[in-house]
Design a protein around this ligand. Structure first.
Ligand code: PEP
Ligand code: MG
Length: 587
């Protein structure tokens, strides 16, 4: 009772409920001894499973060839070769005969031996073969066990706390939100996309709990404290009541901010900034409007592509974009072109996951390599820009050449639309996300050819500090106030202003009140935050003076560690806010 485990606070709020455990795909295989006469039928079952798997892979390969291309379809050649590997098959048959064991058991043991041997070798090519064998082995075992393709069960009928080893952004997006009281995952960091989505949906979440899935079972009750980052398994009555009280208090505190909804986001000495919201799904728009956000500072359009086996059509994307643009009038909507890769993958067409996905074939790199997919999206965005409040933004730009290539593609698409007499905004602003250190360092160059910047600190921090944003083991190093990060941000803002373009921030850092204060001091023009953080950040903005923020950042830039920066800024704010400090910073 009352087992308390510390994780990473990923989405504030308190959730209390029964556990809904989403397991990894597992194959619990029992060892069954067989008699001499059972041997031939067991071998026959093996052959049938191999044939069925082969058929399935060929089907899959054809599907990919028609939807994607031959190169990707060829990946499955390696899988097919595994199925034909006589040594492996003979090994399984020998085990069935010699040890008189069931085929599933024999197959699993042999496959495991192969995988372990290959994975241990000091050869990248053979290591990859281990992954092929693993994938094929799963498919064969599914056939032997008559199991369907292993998707976690996302069908949640009663209100519950979802506990999973990991949840992909696609799975998170497709969960029945009304029944989710909280999210808890073994892995992940504060800016992994599952955490971001939980915040967007206003669902309490704690991530990076290491082995929690092994410690709970479906009958358990858990408390998820997404504000402080605790999970409590089977709380006592007393603890339960304390948290219920805390839950009520948080709801009350949120309501207190509501009066700010219609007030402008300006400092006490009248420095006005734009306070916008980030969205992943159009369903978030009612909350965005309810919180009084002035536009969408980041629309993560890749969510339209996730969790489905086909690609969204131009018309489907156009309709979604026009709807969002219309609802947000007269404010603007910054549509980011698709940022697939990293921790967001297409279910289909099957794009192989990179060894280091965050450093791999992601975002603009993927788009420039796949104009067939990219141009469909650019057409949809341009057509929706007839609403006149859409701005377009490219993610993961690492230097001017990439920006020029992307703009070149945009020009081609504009030309096509003109020929087809389709209406669009000829002057649609084109901005760049600054989230790769090389982009920050060359922001003086990029600013000359961009209409605006938006700083994506979720990635900028992970790339500049070399800290995987989704890895709980290095989460302690993920520091927005690291002096290196602050200097990069300052450089980007100054370079944007030298070229007279606006610069915003859409990374999660913008929603942390202490950071927002320092960003104000640097002269940021726009902050774009999760809808549920809009009022909290507005409260901070309206409580401070721009002149004070400038002094605070000057001081902060002189510090050498993130701890000094945080201590210094906290001290500064305590001085100017007095008794209001706790309410504003710790809400
Ligand atoms: C960022 O990197 O800060 C950002 C906003 O983009 P995303 O979180 O979608 O990578
Ligand atoms: Mg990013």
């Amino acid at each position: 009772m009352n087992r308390k485990i510390k994780g990473i606070a990923a989405s504030s709020g308190i959730g209390i409920g029964k556990v809904h455990l989403i397991g990894k795909e597992e194959f619990p295989i029992a060892l069954r001894k067989i008699s001499l006469e059972d041997i031939p039928p067991e071998i026959l079952r093996l052959e049938e499973a191999l044939i069925k798997t082969r058929r399935e892979l060929i089907e899959f390969q054809k599907e990919i060839e028609s939807n994607l291309d031959q190169d990707h379809a060829q990946i499955f050649d390696a899988h097919l070769l595994v199925l034909e590997d006589r040594i492996l098959i003979e090994d399984v048959i020998t085990r069935i005969k010699k040890d008189k064991v069931n085929v599933e058991y024999a197959f699993q043991q042999v496959a495991k031996k192969y995988i372990d041997t290959l994975a241990r070798l000091n050869d990248e090519y053979l290591k990859e073969r281990a992954i092929d064998v693993q994938d094929v082995a799963k498919r064969v075992l599914r056939k032997l066990l008559k199991k369907e393709e292993g998707k976690p069960s996302l069908d949640i009928k009663d209100k519950a706390i979802v506990v999973a080893h990991d949840l992909s952004p696609a799975d998170t997006a497709s969960l029945p939100k009304k029944n989710i009281l909280g999210f808890v995952t073994d892995i992940g960091g504060r800016t992994s996309h599952t955490a971001i989505l939980a915040r967007a949906l206003g669902i309490p979440a704690v991530v990076g709990l290491a082995r929690l899935t092994l410690l709970v079972s479906p009958q358990d009750t858990v408390i998820v404290d997404g504000t402080e980052g605790w999970v409590i398994i089977n709380p006592s009555k007393q603890v339960l009541n304390e948290y219920k009280e805390k839950q009520k208090e948080e709801t009350r505190a949120k309501k207190v901010f509501y009066f700010l909804k219609k007030l402008p986001a300006q400092t006490a000495d009248k420095k006005r900034i734009i306070l916008a919201a980030n969205i992943e799904l159009p369903e978030e728009i009612p909350l965005v409007l309810d919180q009084g956000a002035e536009g969408i500072g980041l629309y993560r359009t890749e969510y339209m592509y996730l969790g489905r086996r086909d690609l969204p059509t131009e018309d489907e994307q156009y309709t979604a974009l026009v709807n969002v643009a219309k609802k947000m009038q007269p404010n603007s909507v910054i549509v980011r072109t698709l940022d697939l890769g990293g921790d967001k993958f297409l279910s289909h067409p099957e794009i192989p996951t990179d060894m280091s996905p965050f450093l791999g074939w992601r975002a603009i790199r993927f788009c420039l390599a796949r104009p067939d997919i990219f141009k469909v999206q650019l057409r949809a965005i341009l057509r929706a820009s007839k609403e006149k409040n859409i701005k377009l933004m490219f993610p993961m730009i690492s230097g001017i050449e990439e920006l020029r290539q992307a703009k070149e593609m945009l020009i081609e698409v504009k030309e096509d639309l003109r020929k087809e007499k389709k209406v669009f905004d000829e002057n649609i602003p084109v901005g760049v996300m600054i989230e790769v250190p090389s982009a920050a360092l060359t922001s003086d160059v990029l600013a000359k050819e961009s209409d605006f910047f938006s700083i994506g600190t979720n990635d900028l921090i992970q790339y500049s500090l070399a800290v995987d944003r989704g890895n709980e083991k290095v989460a302690y190093l993920y520091e927005p106030t690291h002096p290196g990060v602050l200097r990069l941000i300052k450089m980007v803002i100054d370079n944007a202003h030298k070229e007279d373009i606006e610069v915003g921030m859409c990374g999660e850092m913008a929603s942390e009140p202490l950071c927002a204060f320092l960003l104000l001091g640097m002269g940021i023009d726009e902050l774009s935050v999760p809808p549920s953080s809009v009022l909290e950040v507005k409260r901070l903005i309206r409580s401070v003076k721009f002149e004070d923020a400038k002094t605070a950042i000057d001081e902060a830039l002189g510090f050498t560690t993130h701890k000094e920066v945080e201590k210094g800024a906290t001290r500064f704010l305590k001085n100017i806010l007095g008794s209001k400090f706790n309410k504003i910073i710790k809400s």
